[in-house]
Design a protein around this ligand. Structure first.
Ligand code: ZN
Length: 134
C-alpha cells in the first residue's frame, strides 16, 4: 500500500489485461492512480511493483521496497492502456537483457576444459578414487 499518500489511489485493471510481473523482483504489479487533485484532475495511471517490503541494505521510508515500487515519472501515463503498455515493454526488455546476460555468463560453465575425462564413469567408481579410500 502507498500509505500516507493521498496522491495515490488504487486502480482497477480492465478484465483480461495482461501485466508482466516486476522485472526487478518478480512481484506482481499493481495499477495506481496519481493526482494532486482527484476532483479537478488530471489523474495519471501508473503500474507499480507491489513489493514494498523492506529488504537488503535499505534505510528510510523513501527507500523501502523494490526499485519499481515507486517507479520514475516516465511510468506515469494518461490512460490505463498506456501505463500497462509502458510497464510491459519495460519489463519484457529488462527480462530479455537479463536472460541474454545470464546465458552468456553461463557459457563459461558449459565449456569443457581440455584436460577433463569424459569416460562416463561416476566419480566414485574411478579406480583412483577407490585407491584413496581403501
Ligand atoms: Zn519489484
Amino acid at each position: 500500500m502507498k500509505e500516507g499518500k493521498e496522491l495515490y489511489k488504487p486502480g482497477e485493471l480492465p478484465a483480461g489485461t495482461h501485466v508482466e510481473p516486476c522485472p526487478v523482483c518478480g512481484a506482481d504489479a499493481q495499477l495506481w492512480q496519481y493526482s494532486a487533485d482527484f476532483k479537478a484532475g488530471p489523474i495519471e495511471k501508473v503500474l507499480m511493483c507491489s513489493n514494498g517490503e523492506k529488504f537488503g541494505p535499505q534505510d528510510g521510508l523513501t527507500n523501502e521496497g523494490c526499485l519499481l515500487y515507486m517507479p520514475p515519472q516516465d511510468f506515469y501515463r494518461g490512460r490505463i492502456v498506456e501505463a500497462v503498455k509502458y510497464w510491459n515493454e519495460y519489463a519484457k526488455a529488462l527480462n530479455a537483457q537479463r536472460r541474454q546476460r545470464n546465458w552468456q555468463r553461463a557459457q563459461v560453465l558449459r565449456e569443457t576444459p581440455p584436460n577433463v575425462e569424459l569416460n562416463g564413469a561416476p566419480l566414485a567408481a574411478r579406480p583412483s578414487d577407490r585407491r584413496e579410500r581403501v
